[in-house]
Write a protein that binds this ligand. Structure first.
Ligand code: SF4
Length: 255
């Protein structure tokens, strides 16, 4: 029987991705019954390592309570919508700025645009987006009530993880959005968003179920809806996270 290297590589990629999303501190590749191209595996592993090297990307001198540079999200968007700060500006179809209520009490922050988002220019519009809508509805929220953004605003080719330098280039835009909106709560969707926003290498599993402080804004971490589509067992945990978010939101808004 002939080997099918492309399928095997896909399998290894999926295994690595699954382990990272499960919040394991290190990636284990075992039992691969075929010869792997060493460079492919090294490339995958270095991509995993690079994501955990985001520790210096956030400048602690900048705080959410600082007066924003722009008076509105619209002004901010108009100023940055042609951005070419990193190489993703060359490969995107549409920049995905963010969407929702400019006075939202909660901001949901994901990793970055996928293929559907890149095509349409809106965050979370594919299957993961539909699931996010259902998650919001389960805690009596709608897309129109919250704000949804991403750590990076342009799609990385082939849906790879954003590189640290890309996140570093793009992060000031998200920070400015947060400063303009001034939310009461932030909810990070998935490992990449959580580690970037919280400036940590801690695995996602250990970041959940507790409130973090993002320069004065209480911040919770849960799974990315795309992970729920792949691993249905995350749904119960996500439901518990959303209950925690809703309870704190009701407390803060007097609902
Ligand atoms: S990802 Fe961010 S920094 Fe890079 S080009 Fe797009 S908007 Fe600019």
């Amino acid at each position: 029987m002939k080997d099918h290297p492309v399928n095997i590589h896909d399998m290894v990629r999926r295994a690595i991705r699954a382990q990272v999303e499960l919040g394991l501190g290190e990636v284990i590749v075992t039992g691969t019954p075929v010869k792997l191209e060493e460079n492919d595996l090294v490339a995958q592993m270095s991509s995993v390592r690079k994501v955990s090297q985001t520790a210096d990307m956030f400048d602690p001198a900048v705080t959410v309570s600082t007066t924003p540079q722009y008076a509105s999200l619209e002004d901010h968007f108009n100023a940055m919508c042609d951005c070419q700060r990193c190489s993703l500006g060359q490969t995107r179809n549409k920049l995905v700025y963010g969407a929702g209520n400019p006075k939202a009490d909660v901001i949901f922050v994901g990793e970055g645009p996928g293929a559907d988002e890149d095509r349409i220019g809106e965050p979370f519009v594919g299957r993961a987006g539909q699931l996010l809508d259902r998650i919001l509805a389960a805690i009596q929220l709608s897309r129109e009530q919250v704000y949804i953004g991403n750590i990076i605003k342009c799609r990385p080719p082939n849906n790879r993880d954003p590189l640290p330098e890309e996140m570093e280039s793009c992060f000031p835009y998200l920070l400015e959005q947060i400063k303009i909106i001034k939310p009461k709560l932030i909810c990070c969707l998935g490992r990449v968003a959580a580690q970037a926003l919280l400036n940590t290498k801690t695995p996602l599993g250990k970041l959940r179920k507790q409130w973090h402080d993002f320069h004065g804004v209480q911040t919770l971490v849960t799974y990315h809806p795309a992970a729920l589509l792949r691993f249905a067992s995350y749904k119960r945990d996500t439901w518990e996270d959303m209950q925690m978010l809703k309870a704190r939101l009701d407390e803060l808004t007097g609902a």
